[in-house]
Write a protein that binds this ligand. Structure first.
Ligand code: RAM
Length: 351
């Protein structure tokens, strides 16, 4: 199976359960004794120092993804650590990268707040021997060895526009986007593609009137939502493709007279959004499995640092319980598809 076609399957375990997004494993190469070109040989090194550097610590989304990474690092008998800024600002990650490099970290797994601001530091770390894996939010591709993409940007954009269109209804109307930080690579890619999506004839009645930035800060996202509604009295819907933003916007709407009148969707975690689905503020939202994303990133980093793969297109590696993955174009590995949550399934997930 080529990269880009791997499908994420959601398995709801028993009631009140741990989320399990099981990735449908591709047919294993070599089952008939043959070896596929690009398949890795050799073994994963033990004792690798693998550090996670999220956009910000204390964001539940990254706590979940990094814990997924920790589980993988333990499986491959490496040394896991997590470090990072408390605020998701463009250059805040630079000093952490420098420290990790000085500590001879073998693999830096980073979600970039800015695609260029951390490039110099990452390339210095690579020159000093580290492998760099971006996940969640990429850098400029010249500053990393691999990007672990949670879902295609096109898929995320199409999902978000479809969800807001369904929530707003056939009459359409004005919509706005509440994003994270203005420089975030992932947010900006998704927003551009949402605009492409909105240009399609089926969305002719939806009009994007504003994009605002809550900087992945709860309070700023809350007040930006409030300001958006004051500025656009005809607003019918908000898309917030950030777990911090969508939870803050939901909290604002649910306590206001706009509840149920102005629709909201976005990328959120079930645990943060459950109450707002139940109280009628939000009909549906989406995400992927952040724990699997971190887990896959750690295995990819381990494979790079062990010399099992170099990051070239067609390289294959096994990511523990998730099975085999293939490196696609531009040194990117794809986790799967975004998944939508609503009142009928939100209780089946716990993250
Ligand atoms: C926030 C961050 C992250 C994004 C999720 C959906 O936690 O902005 O980068 O992928 O939301």
């Amino acid at each position: 199976m080529r990269a880009g076609t791997k499908r994420v399957r959601l398995v709801a375990m028993a009631a009140l359960t741990v989320l399990t997004f099981a990735t449908a494993a591709c047919a294993e190469d070599g089952a008939d004794g043959t070896t596929t070109p690009g398949a890795s040989t050799g073994t994963m090194k033990s004792g690798l120092k693998i550090a996670f550097l999220p956009k910000q610590v204390n964001n539940p989304y990254f706590t979940t993804s990094d814990n997924g990474g920790k589980a993988a690092v333990e499986e491959i008998k490496g040394n896991y650590s997590e470090t990072g800024p408390s605020e998701a600002s463009p250059s805040a990650q630079v000093s952490y990268i420098n420290t990790l490099s000085q500590q001879s970290t073998d693999v830096i797994v980073v979600s970039a707040n800015d695609k260029d601001a951390i490039c110099g530091a990452l390339n210095e770390a690579r020159q000093a021997g580290a492998k760099v894996v971006t996940f969640d939010s990429d850098t400029n591709p010249t500053c990393r060895d691999l990007f672990i993409n949670q879902a295609t940007a096109e898929g995320i954009a199409a999902n978000q526009v479809k969800l807001i269109s369904e929530a707003v209804g056939a009459d359409g109307g004005e919509i706005a986007i509440l994003s994270a930080t203005a420089n975030a690579t992932n947010q900006n890619a998704w927003i551009e593609l949402m605009k492409t999506e909105l240009a399609k004839p089926e969305y002719a009645k939806l009009k994007l009137v504003d994009t605002v930035y809550g900087d992945d800060q709860d309070q700023k996202s809350f007040t930006e939502t409030q300001a958006l509604l004051a500025k656009h009295p005809n607003l019918k819907g908000i898309i917030s493709p950030t777990t911090v933003g969508v939870a803050a916007a939901a909290r604002y709407l649910s306590g206001s007279t706009y509840k149920g009148k102005v629709q909201l969707t976005g990328l959120g975690t079930p645990n943060q959004m459950r109450a707002f689905v139940k109280d009628g503020t939000v009909k549906a939202f989406a995400l992927w499995n952040p724990a699997d994303l971190g887990y896959l990133a750690a295995y990819a980093g381990g494979a790079l640092a062990s010399g099992l793969i170099t990051g070239k297109e067609g390289d294959k590696f096994t990511a523990g319980k998730l099975g085999e993955y293939t490196v696609g174009k531009d040194a990117t590995v794809l986790l799967g598809d975004p998944f939508s949550f609503n009142a009928s399934n939100v209780d089946q997930f716990n993250f």
